[in-house]
Design a binder for this molecule. Structure first.
Ligand code: PLP
Length: 439
């Protein structure tokens, strides 16, 4: 057996891998993560870090859950794969379980990633209208600052220009509106009136675009990667009312917000709405295996009931709903229920927020936003002007956190390209000790 040294592996990493979202000069600085348990990861040299980002906002149940590995192993031995053009028990059981979490009956189409879940949602929204004889409805309205994925359709829905302009032209038919940012409310508005103004912008856009061309509105209930933007409590309800008024489907992207991240099974449940479509990924398996789902209200399926050329949704995804991934998801939800991780998200999130609150006295800390274990700390140069803190300040802060053994995220992606919001989105299983460590 050849023993490969760590140095050799580092050399191969630098030479062979093209790391996601990593500048050329930093491609050779990647940390090689080798082990993980609880909220902690360990690199090849044995350095430990508290992962306050749960990977990429996704390891909700925490690392080191051997039951999840066993669930995959048992399923792979029994029946490793069959496509969902037919069916298998893990997918059926998972759909049933997800409906309990959603609190209403949905029908599921499974894929492997958040991007694909959103692509499926766009296609079904278009065909739903097509089946209804509304063949001109193809446009999708989303919001500036939102992120909906990396594939061309999902990227078209994304509202962060810096992620898009090198890959244009993207998919036609995607248009964007303002997302309410409660920290940057224009002077003439209150937070509530600004939120209403932004909801009205959706109505105006539907009218300008002509309702008979608009298929859907997509949004995250809380914008995560675009700066952790908490909406005013009335905003989503207003959006839902507008969508209904114009026969436009409401797609809620719960890829990050779902599975307890903000202290409810799904974040839209804070806001008394009932979306036509809900997309989910990441926390569905706590990232132990790739899986995503597009949950659709039963009436979306019913429009296919006539026989003939338009009797089905012409969409297939080979690995979507892989049996091992479904088994992992079922076990993951079981663990989350057994350990009350959704409630824990509230408990630990509130503790973390309370401990971080004194930071607001620091000249750089403009705002702290929190719901469950989703937190954003907005750093500014000057609290009056709210000019975002410079990238060097953020880079320095992240470096110093890492030196102290803490991994945090950064985001925001305003038009200026500044990423001045520090994100915290740790595993929901974090302990009191972990919370104290982060704070
Ligand atoms: N939607 C949201 C809100 C996301 O944050 C992400 C990824 O971070 C996606 C969709 C895309 O998910 P994936 O990277 O699994 O394709």
């Amino acid at each position: 057996k050849t023993i490969v040294s760590n140095e050799e592996m580092v050399e191969k990493d630098r030479r062979l891998l093209w790391h996601h979202m990593t500048p050329y000069q930093e491609n050779s600085g990647a940390m090689i993560v080798d082990k993980a348990k609880g909220a902690w990861i360990e690199d090849l040299d044995g350095n430990r870090f508290l992962d306050a980002m749960a990977g990429l906002w996704c390891v909700n149940a925490g690392y080191g859950r051997t039951e999840l590995a066993e669930a995959a192993y048992e399923q792979l031995k029994k029946m490793p794969f069959y496509p969902l053009t037919q069916s298998h028990l893990p997918a059926i059981r998972l759909a049933d379980q997800l409906n309990k979490w959603l609190g209403e009956e949905y029908r599921f189409s499974f894929s492997n990633s958040g991007s694909e879940a959103n692509e499926t949602a766009f296609k079904i929204a278009r065909q739903y209208h097509y089946q209804n004889g509304d063949q001109g409805r193809y446009k999708v309205i989303s919001r500036y600052r939102a992120y909906h994925g990396t594939t061309l359709g999902a990227l078209s829905a994304t509202g962060q220009p810096q992620r898009k302009y090198r890959y244009e032209p993207l998919v036609p038919g995607f248009t964007h509106v303002t997302a309410p940012d409660s920290y940057r409310v224009p002077e003439e508005h209150t937070e509530e009136s600004w939120s209403k103004h932004c909801a009205n912008e959706i109505e105006q856009t539907i009218r300008w675009e002509r309702p008979e061309t608009v298929a859907a509105v997509i949004m995250e209930p809380i914008i995560t990667g675009g700066g952790v933007l908490m909406p005013h409590p009335s905003y989503l309800k207003e959006v839902e009312i507008i969508c209904k008024k114009y026969g436009v489907l409401l797609i809620i992207d719960e890829v990050i917000c779902g599975f307890g991240r903000t202290g409810k099974p799904f974040t839209f449940q804070h806001y008394d709405i009932s979306p036509d479509i809900v997309t989910m990924a990441k926390g569905i398996t706590s990232a132990y295996l790739p899986l995503s789902a597009t949950a659709m209200k039963p009436y979306l399926f019913e429009v296919f009931k006539e026989t003939g050329e338009n009797d089905h949704f012409r969409h297939v995804n080979t690995f979507g709903g892989h049996p091992a991934a479904c088994e992992v998801a079922i076990k993951n939800l079981e663990i989350m229920e057994k350990e009350s991780l959704v409630e824990q998200s509230n408990v630990q999130g509130t503790k973390l927020r309370t401990q971080l609150e004194p930071l607001l006295r620091h000249p750089l800390v403009g705002d702290i936003r929190q719901k469950g274990l989703l937190l954003g700390i907005e750093l500014v140069e000057d609290k009056k002007t709210k000019v975002p803190a410079a990238p060097e300040v953020i880079a320095d802060l992240m470096k110093r956190c890492k030196q102290k053994g803490l991994i945090v995220g950064k985001n925001s992606d305003t038009v200026s390209g500044y990423q001045n919001v520090i994100a915290l989105s740790p595993p929901l299983s974090i302990t009191d000790e972990d919370v104290n460590f982060i704070a």
